[in-house]
Design a protein around this ligand. Structure first.
Ligand SMILES: NC(=O)c1ccc[n+]([C@@H]2O[C@H](COP(=O)([O-])OP(=O)(O)OC[C@H]3O[C@@H](n4cnc5c(N)ncnc54)[C@H](OP(=O)(O)O)[C@@H]3O)[C@@H](O)[C@H]2O)c1
Length: 404
């Protein structure tokens, strides 16, 4: 269940922000919103992995106090680009954690993958308002993260458009009145394609999402539909609804961002054009609403909204995610880690598109699903799954088809 206690103070007061992953798709859209109201959103820290040129440009534009590059090889260039500005610089994964530990009221967690775990945890442990885009962290360490949120009085606001939608229509006071969550999915670029097409699919085809413009990893996850599997686990962690009461509905127009069904048969939904600045702005202004340049929804132009059930035969990732959630313990951690390794191998053109699902299934089946009592256990399960999945990548890399 999402903790809604806050240290936010007056809702229109200045809110000091830190953006973890500021150079990514969610990060740049957050920068865009923050830069529209610099008085209200002064910037403490920005972090990136390797994109030093964009990080330095953002830090200057937003007059940030600190800019951090996770890859130490980028530090000299970052220092050079920010020389004479008075903006502090630092490098390395620990410096990213320290950036998240600095006193910002609001932290955007927009690093991709489990690399976001430690920095996000640092922000949670300060009791900050954490805008949560980094779904892999909630999948790999969901229960532990929610315990930390409660223990430190942090506020966790979902940024994924589906979870932001549910958050906006979910009755936190009467959770027993919620009968079902319905996560909508665009269906991705291969919604109408057969398995033979997918077997030969290239990186370029897989990242060409029909309705959302996103980073490479989440775009591939949308093509396999593992993204919806990760979101199913994320929804369970955030809203405490059991797996069997969370449905997935294909909705290619991406206008209805998700729905909550109540015991009386009422269904509440949140709608909008597919623009991530809307859910990001919801979290940035929360509990107030702030204006965005997102295109307004005109239902007469949208004209037809269509829906279909997901096809479990063409998209087995959803079944794997449900199986991991039912199994519990370290299974979601293993699923997400193996998926990260396999997706990266596909993006590097070392394996074919359909190898992603077989690697994830192989690792999920091969490894034990031990209970994860602490973060050390999470890290161990994550590392073990990465080793197993990497071996499977090597084994199938030689025979990879497609993806030239
Ligand atoms: N994009 C969307 O519309 C969207 C929607 C909903 C949820 N999400 C979720 O939001 C998260 C971010 O997605 P995205 O699409 O914005 O990804 P992205 O475009 O790939 O950006 C990832 C960001 O994380 C940084 N980063 C990557 N590896 C890192 C590491 N090891 N240590 C520190 N920083 C690292 C990147 O820095 P560099 O630029 O230097 O590589 C970049 O700033 C994902 O969990 C995704 O599932 C995204």
């Amino acid at each position: 269940m999402v903790v809604t206690t806050t240290n936010a103070g007056a809702t229109t007061a200045a809110r000091r922000v830190t953006i973890l992953g500021s150079t990514g798709s969610v990060g740049t859209q957050t920068v865009d919103l923050v830069s529209r109201d610099p008085e209200r959103f002064p910037v403490e820290a920005l972090t990136a992995n390797r994109n030093v040129a964009l990080l330095a440009e953002q830090a200057k534009r937003l007059n940030a106090r600190l800019a951090v590059v996770a890859d130490p090889a980028g530090h000299a260039e970052l220092r050079e680009r920010l020389a004479g500005t008075g903006i502090e610089t630092a490098a390395g994964p620990q410096a990213v954690v320290e950036a998240a530990s600095r006193p910002a009221d609001w932290v955007m967690a927009a690093i991709v993958g489990a690399a976001g775990l430690e920095p996000t945890l640092a922000a949670v442990r300060r009791g900050a308002i954490v805008a949560f885009a980094n779904k892999e962290v909630l999948v790999c360490a969901g229960d532990l993260m929610m315990e930390e949120v409660r223990a430190h009085g942090a506020t966790l606001l979902p940024v994924d458009s589906e979870h932001s939608a549910i958050y906006q229509v979910f009755d936190f006071e009467r959770t027993e009145s919620v009968s079902r969550l319905i996560l909508t999915a665009s269906g991705g670029p291969f919604r109408t394609k057969d398995r033979a097409f997918m077997a030969a699919a290239t990186r370029e085809q897989a990242v060409a999402h029909p309705t959302w413009d996103m980073g490479a990893k989440i775009s591939v996850d949308s093509a396999t539909m593992m993204n919806k599997g990760l979101e199913l686990i994320e929804a369970h962690v955030l809203f405490g609804i059991p797996e069997e009461r969370i449905d997935v509905l294909i909705h290619p127009q991406s206008v209805i961002h998700s729905l909550v069904e109540y015991v009386d048969g009422s269904v509440l939904a949140q709608l909008g054009t597919p623009d991530m600045r809307t859910p990001i702005a919801y979290a940035l202004g929360w509990p107030s609403r702030i204006a965005t340049p997102a295109e307004r929804l005109d239902l007469t132009k949208a004209a037809t909204l269509t829906f279909e059930a997901p096809d479990p035969l063409r998209f087995p990732a959803l079944r794997l995610a449900r199986a991991a959630l039912q199994s519990g313990g370290g299974a979601p951690t293993i699923l997400s880690a193996a998926n990260e390794v396999a997706v990266q191998a596909f993006l590097d053109r070392r394996i074919g598109f359909l190898d992603i699902e077989s690697i994830v299934e192989g690792t999920l089946t091969a490894l034990p699903h031990r209970p994860l009592r602490d973060l050390a256990a999470v890290r161990e399960a994550d590392a073990e799954a990465r080793r197993d999945a990497a071996a499977r990548v090597s084994a199938c890399g030689a025979s990879a088809v497609g993806n030239p």
